[in-house]
Design a protein around this ligand. Structure first.
Ligand SMILES: Cc1cc2nc3c(=O)[nH]c(=O)nc-3n(C[C@H](O)[C@H](O)[C@H](O)COP(=O)(O)OP(=O)(O)OC[C@H]3O[C@@H](n4cnc5c(N)ncnc54)[C@H](O)[C@@H]3O)c2cc1C
Length: 492
C-alpha cells in the first residue's frame, strides 16, 4: 500500500482518488475551493442553479464503465444533450447527421454541389472512426490492420490541417456555409477532429440531469467511503521533492509526505509555481511550458428569469442552442484587440432549468449564454485595471443578452438575477492558466505534445504524475478520466 497526495479535486483528481482508494492506497486530495469538481461543478444563486464549467461530455463508452468501475453509475442520472442550431438561415434540432445535412442544403441551395462534396468527405471520415469502434470479433480482428491503416492515412492527411483550412477547401471564405463549418468546436482545431465532433454531438453527447455539481459530489462521497481524505479549502503551496523524487506537498504551511504526488490541476502552475526545485527541469522544458498556448477560455452570462418553464420550452425547444446570428466570416479568434468581438461570435446557450425543472424556483427559469473568447482579450480584460475589467464585462454581458433577445423577446425585462464570468474568473476559481477550458491549444500549429493522440502522465520528476486534462493535448472529461486510469495503474 502506498500513500498518495492529489492536488485538485476536479474530475481528474476525484477519479484517480477513487481508483487508488479502491485499490487500498492511502489517498488524500487537496482542493483549494470550498467544493469539489473544478470544471465539473455548478453553483446556486438566488434559487437558480448554473453550471460552472462543462455542460456536457462525450465518449459514454469510456465514462459509463468508469462510473460502474467505482460503483457510482446508479447514483447518477446521465441524459442525452441534444442541440438546436439557429441562424437567420436555418433552425433545426440536430437529431442526426441527415437532419443537419437536409436543413443546411435547404438553407443554401446555391451551395448544393460544394456542400455535397463536404458532407461526402465528412461521411467517409466518420466511417473511418466507426470502423475503429467495431467489437473485437474474430472477423474484425482480421480486418483491423486495414481499418487502422485508413485511420493513419486520415491522420496524415488531416491531422495538421485546421478546421478552417478544411472548410476553405470546399467553401468561399466569405460565405455563410464557411462561417457555419469553419469552427465546429474549438477554433482551428485539427480537421480530423471535425467528423468526431459531429459524431459526438449527434450520438454521444451527455449531461447529468441533476447538474454537474451532483456528479462531483457523488464522486467525493464515494471517495470518502473508500477511506480517502478530501481536504477542501486546502490550497497546495508547494510540491516537495527529495533527490529528484516527489515526496509530498505543503499546504497551510504544513508538510504532508507521500510516496506519490498527482498533479490534478493546471500543468503550467504545477511546474512553474508549485514545484520546490526548478533545477529538476531542463531549461528547454521550462521554456516550452512558459510559451505553450492553451485552449480558449469562455465568457458566460448567468441569468435567472421570471419566465415559466412552458414559455421557455416554446422559445428554446431544447435546453441547448448553438446560435449564430452574425455575418460571415465571424470573428478572428486570434485577434485579442477586436472590441466588437461579442457581436460576432457563435453563442452556446443553455438552460439548466429546461433540462431539469428542479434547478430553478417554481415558475422561473435559468439561462446561460456563453462563447469562447480570444486568449487575453483586450489586454487580458483591462490589464489589471478593475474599472476597465468591470466595464468590459458589463459591455460583453449586455451584447450577449441583446443578441439572444431575438429568441427570447424582451429578455432583459425578465431578468431577476444576472452575473457573468470571464476567463479570469475561471482562472481565479480553478487555477487553470488564462482560464483554459480544456488544457492545451487544439490548433495543430501550437500543439504542446509531439503526439497529440497519446496520454502523457509522466513528468521529469520521479513519482510525480499528471492526472488532469493536461495529460492530453485536447482536454475534456474523457481524456481526464483516461489520465486518472493511467495514474492508478502506474501506482501498483
Ligand atoms: C465552459 C467549459 C465547457 C467545457 N465543455 C466540455 C465538453 O463539452 N466536453 C468535455 O469533455 N469537456 C468540456 N470541458 C472541459 C472539461 O470540463 C475539463 O477538461 C475537465 O473537467 C478537467 O478536469 P480536471 O480535473 O483535469 O481539471 P479541473 O476541473 O480544472 O480541476 C482542477 C482542480 O484543481 C484545483 N486546484 C488548482 N490548483 C490547486 C492547488 N494549488 N491546490 C489545491 N487545489 C488546486 C482547482 O480548484 C480545481 O478544482 C469544458 C470546460 C469548460 C470550462
Amino acid at each position: 500500500m502506498s500513500s498518495v497526495v492529489i492536488v485538485g479535486a476536479g474530475m481528474g483528481g476525484l477519479m484517480a482518488g477513487n481508483l487508488l482508494a479502491k485499490k487500498g492506497h492511502k489517498v488524500a486530495i487537496f482542493e483549494s475551493h470550498t467544493m469539489p469538481g473544478g470544471y465539473t461543478a455548478g453553483f446556486w444563486r438566488k434559487g437558480y442553479y448554473f453550471e460552472s464549467g462543462t455542460l456536457s461530455f462525450e465518449m459514454a463508452s469510456l465514462i459509463f464503465p468508469a462510473m460502474r468501475d467505482i460503483g457510482v453509475y446508479d447514483k447518477l442520472q446521465f441524459v442525452r444533450q441534444i442541440a438546436r442550431w439557429v441562424t437567420p438561415d436555418y433552425d433545426f434540432v440536430m437529431h442526426s447527421l441527415d437532419d443537419m445535412k437536409k436543413s443546411i442544403l435547404e438553407a443554401f441551395p446555391s451551395e448544393r454541389e460544394r456542400l455535397l462534396k463536404y458532407f461526402a468527405e465528412i461521411d467517409r471520415m466518420c466511417g473511418i472512426y466507426k470502423g475503429l469502434e467495431k467489437p473485437n470479433t474474430f472477423l474484425n480482428k482480421l480486418t483491423f490492420p486495414l481499418r487502422m491503416s485508413r485511420f493513419v492515412n486520415m491522420v496524415r492527411k488531416y491531422g495538421r490541417m485546421t478546421s478552417s483550412e478544411f472548410a476553405e477547401m470546399y467553401f468561399e471564405k466569405k460565405s455563410k456555409v464557411y462561417f457555419t463549418f469553419k469552427d465546429v468546436g474549438y477554433p482551428d482545431m485539427p480537421a480530423m477532429v471535425v467528423p468526431a465532433a459531429f459524431m459526438s454531438f449527434l450520438d454521444d453527447y451527455w449531461t447529468v440531469k441533476t447538474g454537474m455539481q451532483s456528479w462531483a459530489d457523488v464522486l467525493a462521497e464515494n471517495f470518502r467511503k473508500l477511506g480517502g481524505e478530501l481536504k477542501l479549502k486546502s490550497r497546495v503551496e508547494r510540491i516537495l521533492t527529495k533527490n529528484g523524487t516527489a515526496t509530498g506537498v505543503t499546504c497551510g504551511g504544513k508538510d504532508y509526505m507521500a510516496d506519490y504526488v498527482l498533479s490534478a490541476c493546471d500543468y503550467k502552475k504545477t511546474f512553474l509555481n508549485l514545484l520546490d526545485d526548478r533545477s529538476l527541469l531542463s531549461d528547454d522544458f521550462v521554456e516550452k511550458i512558459q510559451n505553450a498556448a492553451v485552449s480558449e477560455g469562455f465568457f458566460v452570462v448567468y441569468l435567472g428569469l421570471d419566465i415559466p418553464r412552458e414559455k421557455m420550452v416554446e422559445y428554446l425547444k431544447v435546453p441547448h442552442i448553438l446560435y449564430g446570428d452574425c455575418n460571415p466570416p465571424g470573428p478572428d479568434m486570434g485577434d485579442a484587440t477586436d472590441e466588437k468581438f461579442f457581436e460576432k461570435v457563435w453563442l452556446s446557450v443553455y438552460s439548466p432549468s429546461l433540462m431539469n425543472e428542479d434547478l430553478a424556483p417554481r415558475g422561473k427559469s435559468s439561462l446561460m449564454i456563453s462563447c469562447m473568447v480570444p486568449l487575453r482579450w483586450m489586454n487580458n480584460w483591462g490589464g489589471g485595471d478593475r474599472k476597465i475589467y468591470k466595464e468590459l464585462k458589463e459591455k460583453a454581458k449586455k451584447a450577449l443578452i441583446k443578441r439572444f433577445s431575438s429568441i427570447i423577446p424582451d429578455l432583459e425585462k425578465h431578468i431577476e438575477f444576472e452575473d457573468a464570468a470571464t476567463p479570469l474568473t475561471y482562472e481565479r476559481y480553478t487555477g487553470n492558466s488564462d482560464g483554459a477550458s480544456s488544457a492545451w491549444s487544439w490548433n495543430p500549429n501550437k500543439w504542446f505534445y509531439n503526439n497529440p493522440n497519446s496520454t502523457t502522465i509522466d513528468t521529469p520528476v520521479k513519482n510525480l504524475y499528471i492526472s488532469s486534462c493536461w495529460a492530453y493535448e485536447f482536454g475534456g472529461i474523457p481524456t481526464t478520466v483516461k489520465a486518472a486510469y493511467m495514474c492508478a495503474k502506474r501506482i501498483a
